[in-house]
Design a binder for this molecule. Structure first.
Ligand SMILES: CC(C)(COP(=O)(O)OP(=O)(O)OC[C@H]1O[C@@H](n2cnc3c(N)ncnc32)[C@H](O)[C@@H]1OP(=O)(O)O)[C@@H](O)C(=O)NCCC(=O)NCCS
Length: 176
């Protein structure tokens, strides 16, 4: 399967909306909201256009990933990082490495843009293969009451979280 990863364009927004909705319709997420989160984030200060990527197969958009700016706060100290949320692949195309390619490409671009780490809330069996570790190993906490194995972070560059610790503050659009 030939997969092309590229930056999302404005003309993709409707197709991306539909694909995120489809990806998240499961038993667990009966009324998915993730496509609405992406719409809010695109209009926010946290948005980085280069880090909203789509995956195409035969000119059809089948996957999407978004990384947005967040802060890690520790008292008076504040560190910049990125939130990975969400990543979505249409059910018929899942299991072909598309999610993995989206994540790896997003990491590469984030490094080029000067970012040093990414934080996410996700499946503990999926993200470690890309280098994610439990966030508390970096002394980072997420502001949610969720199992700690689902709170993960990655150093995009060596020592990217060495002098960073604290609680993640997501852009307010995550709470709307
Ligand atoms: C998670 C998701 C983006 C992965 O995309 P993908 O293209 O299917 O992933 P890849 O082909 O790169 O990797 C497939 C692997 O991921 C695993 N995987 C996929 N979804 C998973 C999940 N929800 N939990 C744990 N592992 C999962 C598969 O079991 C497979 O593992 P294997 O390689 O050991 O067999 C996709 O399944 C999806 O859109 N899911 C619904 C939306 C979602 O839950 N997004 C993540 C939350 S932000």
């Amino acid at each position: 399967m030939k997969i092309k990863i590229r930056q999302e364009k404005q003309s993709d927004f409707n197709e991306v909306f539909d694909l995120i909705k489809k990806a998240f319709i499961t038993e667990k997420y009966k009324e998915p909201e993730e496509q609405l989160l992406v719409e809010r984030l695109r209009k926010s200060n946290a948005f980085i256009p280069e880090l909203s990527l789509v995956a195409e197969v035969e000119n059809k958009i089948v996957g999407h990933i978004l990384l947005t700016k967040l802060k890690i706060k520790n008292g008076q100290e504040e560190f910049g990082s990125l939130a990975l949320a969400p990543v979505s692949v249409i059910p018929e195309y899942q299991g072909n490495g598309i999610g993995g390619q989206l994540i790896k490409n997003a990491h590469k671009i984030a490094i080029e843009l000067g970012y040093e780490s990414v934080v996410l809330l996700g499946h503990e069996n999926y993200y470690p293969r890309f280098g994610y570790k439990q966030a508390d190993t970096f002394r980072i906490e997420l502001p949610f009451d969720v199992p700690k194995e689902n709170c993960m972070a990655i150093e995009l560059v060596h020592g990217g979280l060495k002098n960073v610790s604290g609680t993640v503050e997501y852009p307010k659009e995550f709470n709307d």
